[in-house]
Design a protein around this ligand. Structure first.
Ligand code: DGP
Length: 110
């Protein structure tokens, strides 16, 4: 089982922010901003590069949850990022979306 599958299963502790049948969201262990939350599908998908049209509803739901969580965190501005593959900075091979905000974020895209 991968580390995020273990977090979802409750085998590794995490600070839960949101959960439903398909999604789990928790605070990043190494926050890069005052609010830094990871939103992950419960189903193990390795990376964004593995997504297909069939995952459209799931990905739409993740963004709707991101908007809801950002609002609950009091964020007017926020960023949602996913790293797909090692060279893009992906270190955990379970699809996750970083939701970050609470400070002025850099304009750098790379
Ligand atoms: P990425 O580099 O895009 O694969 O992001 C992985 C993120 O996961 C990174 O910001 C740190 C976070 N992370 C890794 N292990 C754990 C953990 O055990 N608990 C929590 N809460 N976050 C973790």
């Amino acid at each position: 089982m991968c580390i995020f599958c273990k977090i979802i299963a409750g085998e590794i502790p995490s600070t839960k922010v949101y959960e439903d049948e398909t999604i789990y969201a928790f605070r990043d262990i190494n926050p890069q901003a005052p609010t830094h939350i990871l939103i992950v599908p419960k189903r193990h998908i390795a990376r964004a590069g593995e997504l297909t049209e069939a995952d459209g509803v799931l990905v739409g739901h993740i963004f709707a949850v991101a908007a809801q969580v950002a609002k609950a965190e009091g964020l007017e501005s926020f960023r949602v990022v996913t790293n797909s593959g090692k060279d893009a900075g992906q270190t955990v091979n379970h699809l996750h979306f970083h939701l970050m905000g609470g400070r002025v974020l850099s304009n750098a895209m790379v």
